[in-house]
Design a protein around this ligand. Sequence first.
Ligand code: KE4
Length: 430
Amino acid sequence: MTMLHDESERLRERAERLFPGGVNSPVRAFRAVGGQPPFVARAEGAYLFDADGNRYIDYFGSWGPMILGHAFPSVVEAIVRAARDSASFGASTAVEGDLAERVMAVYPGIERLRFVSSGTEATMSAIRLARAATGRRRIIKFEGCYHGHADGLLVKAGSGVATLGIPGSAGVPEEIASLTLALPYNDLAAVEAAFASYPDEIAAIILEPVVGNAGCIPPAEGYLAGLRCITNEHGALLIVDEVMTGFRLAPGGATELYGIDADLITLGKILGGGLPCGAFGGRRGRMDLLAPLGPVYQAGTLSGNPLAMAAGCATLDYLAMHRETIYPELEASAKAVAEGVAQAAREAGVTVTVNRVGSMWTWFFTAEAVTNYEQAARSDTASFGRFHRAMLERGVWLPPSQFEALFLSLAHGPVEVEATIAAARAVFAG
Ligand code: KE4
């Protein structure tokens, strides 16, 4: 049965008169996959409901935050309760400390942190802090990794930058872009060469410990430890961007999963339980370089917003209380759906490569292994686009780009897994 989209169409016509491309974030525009994005009216558990009442199994979960599922009761109640005391004060509150203590309980390497309102602010501020701490100007990032839209981080970035096939962004002065060295992921020799070329000039490496923004690309064996050795040898900081992986891959994210010794960690998404929130943190001495104690300025009107703090506390409390069962459950569901769909593809003669870590994964439409962005970019994105459109029409909403990771939540169970595999089988059967 073909879905009706009249109301979404009406809303889209208005949105295109109000917002560039009709969206407030480019990846939502479906430019890479074709078709028109439905407008979401509400969501519950594993499901999105659009303005025309169509229901979809949600595999992007607001791009990561909704790990408990949509409208999770304790999170909703925490937000409503906090809102009754006003939405924002611009002054210190107890609940900021409550959330910070929950973060530090699972990130022992964070002795001090600073809340901000997005992942972009977290990574931008961490870079500024690293430059101040080292007195150096250059940074290393990796092709296909996306760390938000701060000027210096849009060089060969992933996510929407890769999705739209643009090398970086207009408006970023060459003087700034030239300070960013973008290297292939999973290639330690390239990092060694960069430090040899710019001795004593590189302030930090920033990376996604498991790449999500080129599609999912796990770190090669020894890669993360190798980066730690190289940064230690050259006096550069290691900034681990856990905005996407934090609290998802383990209670303490990739830092816990891979035992990473990070100098600075950036967080976001799940941290705010779906409300705008980010954070960056590390050892006390380094973090105390921040104003008002030190010379590095960083600030934010809504930093530590009480509603975001309350939503974050409710989310992290549930994850902590059920940590023994949640992560194995997420792993089992993600494994079942990722492998089930890949099997359906193979049976139909369609070649896909599956990369997965825990409950984040990607089906790359390619036969080759995908260990870096260059290989990911060789995927058949037209086939991915056709797959995305066909699955959407069958009530399965995948992230609208080959260069994004899928996520599932605690609310995704056997019913959703089987329905997704059945839909894929129907799509591949043509
Ligand atoms: P935000 O500024 O969008 O909150 O966070 C930026 C960011 C930083 N680091 C990592 C590893 C991230 O994945 C992100 C944001 N992720 C994208 C999707 N992969 C956000 C979705 C969007 O841009 O609309």
